[in-house]
Design a protein around this ligand. Structure first.
Ligand SMILES: [Zn+2]
Length: 393
């Protein structure tokens, strides 16, 4: 059967420009960054594919990259999301026992008036941060353990009884009074945060204490191959996204030059995708953080630049090479919106694009405005559509 034959060698690419969705801006004459950026390849794909609106953040869950990317990977966050720390713990190779809970442990800067001056503690390098976390583990570890992660982002593992606390993400407190945990486990958490000041302060960096939040048990996610019947791999510089890959048994590809900043090597991520797809990988997820970073910084020029680099450095050659390889499909969408004027994530539905090289869809434009009146679909249903027997367009 020709259909089965073509499905067997079908390649699937999922493109995630983190936080790229936005709102109309006066500075762009009422257009959004997606409408203003020059993206000829994306426009051509949208004209022949299908566009719509997806709810990647289910009601009641925070609009974080952990929730949004879990949706994009095809898993309902309402069912599988337990917190962001256990996902980051997985990216560090930590396996939590059933009687353990992981907390995110930020290095932060809080001033004498108790104001959260910097949720990233002056953005130390991973090399500068590792000895601090080691010292904290030596001084305060025992019932809990501390594990060094990336830059200001680290992990604390505690007994499961410590899970019961309401904690505030430190990036929600920027330039505001620190809001400390409340609930049964709060006194122990507060005691650690207070005691960490002597240890962190001794290093003479901008960070002066730890901040504990984002706790959860290890999510029980079935493997991607088990759920969708396809071998999957991904590239991302973000530990949350890499952790989701680990938890779903995907191959997490290390791409030198892939960063969470504006200096990301888009072409290197594209080549990693093509290389994997040529060598037996069926589904490849490309996640780029730069557009979200620009949203948080309120930097319009960088947000547009990151979108244009997606088009010129990833999509243009990717489409040409995929066409040479055989039949292929694409899903493109962000994990949430990060509007420039808000500088933070929102829970609004985001535009998605589905493309099938074999089947022409209704066509459209990949923009917030174009999909505004289309029905909202659940973000976690899109992966099944992408890899399903029926064409998704
Ligand atoms: Zn994100």
């Amino acid at each position: 059967m020709p259909l089965a034959g073509s499905l067997q060698c079908m390649k699937y690419v999922v493109c995630v420009p983190d936080g790229c969705a936005d709102e109309p801006l006066d500075a762009l004459g009422g257009r959004t960054p997606l409408e203003a950026a020059s993206m000829p390849t994306l426009r051509a794909l949208a004209l022949r594919g299908k566009v719509g609106r997806a709810a990647v953040i289910p009601p009641g869950l925070p609009p974080g990259s952990d929730v949004g990317n879990m949706s994009i990977f095809g898993y309902d966050p309402a069912r599988f999301h337990t917190g962001r720390a256990p996902i980051e713990a997985a990216s560090l190779g930590l396996k939590l026992g059933p009687d353990e809970v992981a907390y995110r442990c930020n290095l932060v800067t809080i001033d004498a008036q108790d104001t959260m001056v910097d949720f990233s503690g002056g953005h130390p390098t991973s090399d500068d941060a590792a000895p601090i976390i080691k010292a904290i583990d030596e001084a305060l570890g025992g019932e809990v353990r501390f594990y060094p992660g990336v830059e200001y982002r680290h992990i604390m593992v505690a007994p499961s009884s410590w899970v019961d606390a309401e904690c505030t993400p430190p990036h929600d407190l920027s330039d505001k009074a620190a809001v400390y945990p409340v609930g049964p486990a709060a006194p122990k958490l507060r005691a650690l945060m207070d005691a960490s000041r002597d240890v962190v302060g001794a290093f003479g960096l901008k960070a002066n204490q730890i901040w504990l939040w984002g706790q959860g048990f290890q999510p029980q996610m079935p493997s991607f191959a088990g759920v969708f019947g396809r071998r999957a791999a991904l590239t991302s510089a973000v530990d949350l996204v890499r952790g989701l890959g680990v938890l779903t048994d995907m191959a997490v590809i290390d791409v030198p030059g892939a960063t969470a900043g504006y200096d990301n090597d888009y072409g290197a991520q594209r080549d990693a995708a093509l290389n994997a797809l040529r060598n037996g990988t069926e589904v490849f997820i490309i996640h780029v953080e730069a557009s979200d970073e620009a949203g948080h910084a309120g930097d319009l020029a960088e947000k547009i630049r990151s979108l244009e680099l997606w088009d010129s450095e990833i999509l243009a050659d990717l489409v040409r090479e995929l066409d040479r390889m055989g039949p292929w499909r694409m899903l493109l969408l962000p994990d949430h919106a990060t509007p420039l004027h808000l500088k933070t994530h929102t829970s609004d539905p985001v535009p998605y694009l589905l493309y099938d090289s074999e089947v022409a869809g209704p066509g459209g434009e990949y923009s917030e405005r174009f999909v505004a009146s289309t029905p909202v679909v659940a973000g976690h249903d899109l992966m099944a559509q992408l890899v399903g027997a029926e064409s998704p367009v």
